[in-house]
Design a protein around this ligand. Structure first.
Ligand code: GRF
Length: 212
């Protein structure tokens, strides 16, 4: 059975979704850069080993990332899942885990990389927004896309209602992506694109607002 390590910085709801999904892999550890990350208690309550590597204890990103990698590697993971991990990782760290490092981002990448994705989507008046699970590359919030979920942006949506709708979908697609990986259904091709070994594709179109 494959091993995964989950990295968090805060609430940990995506981590919780992964823990509760009955995945065909072992969550070897949850690691946080903050001792007060709420998600650590959720992991501990489920008997998952936890560790804290506090970025404030290190002089620079390189030394923090090196310490983080040492901690991760003690658990010997096949995959490392970033779940609300709020540190920018160095190119060296990303290269070390190439093809093994995953992230969930609250937008339909490549649109709205970075922070405040829901406010920016509302400001722009986009009619479809969503979330993405992708392999991490050295380009922030870019990298080969595994799965996306799209939600309609309604006229009376606020940042809070939109965030809640997107988060609901995050909790569905992240476990699915990890499940595919842990059952060897995905590979990265030579162009850095994700290919599925065998997948039925759906031809549904999401149109928002609806056609009359
Ligand atoms: C999620 O919206 C995730 O997409 C983003 O940070 C947030 C983390 O939330 N990267 P949680 O800690 O998983 O509840």
């Amino acid at each position: 059975m494959k091993n995964i390590v989950i990295l968090i910085s805060g609430r940990g709801s995506n981590m919780q979704a992964l823990l509760e999904a009955g995945l065909p892999c072992q969550v070897a550890a949850v690691i946080s850069n903050r001792a007060d990350a709420r998600g650590l208690n959720i992991a501990r309550a489920r008997g998952i080993p936890t560790a804290v590597v506090n970025h404030r204890d290190y002089a620079d990103r390189d030394s923090f990332d090196a310490a983080l990698a040492r901690t991760i590697d003690t658990f010997n993971p096949d995959y490392v899942a970033l779940a609300g991990f709020m540190r920018i990782l160095t190119a060296g760290f990303v290269a070390r885990y190439r093809g093994k490092l995953l992230n969930i981002h609250p937008s339909l990448l490549p649109a709205y990389s970075g922070l405040n994705t829901h406010a920016r989507a509302l400001h722009d008046g986009v009619k479809i927004h969503g979330c993405t699970v992708h392999f991490v590359s050295s380009d922030l919030d870019h990298g080969p896309i595994i799965i996306q979920a799209a939600v309609p942006v309604l006229q009376d949506d606020t940042e809070q209602t939109l965030a809640a709708k997107v988060l609901y979908e995050e909790h569905r697609i992240y476990p699915q992506a990890v499940r595919w990986l842990c059952t060897d259904q995905i590979e990265l091709n030579e162009h850095g694109q994700v290919v599925f070994r065998q997948r039925k594709q759906s031809g549904h179109t999401l149109i928002s607002p609806e056609l009359e």
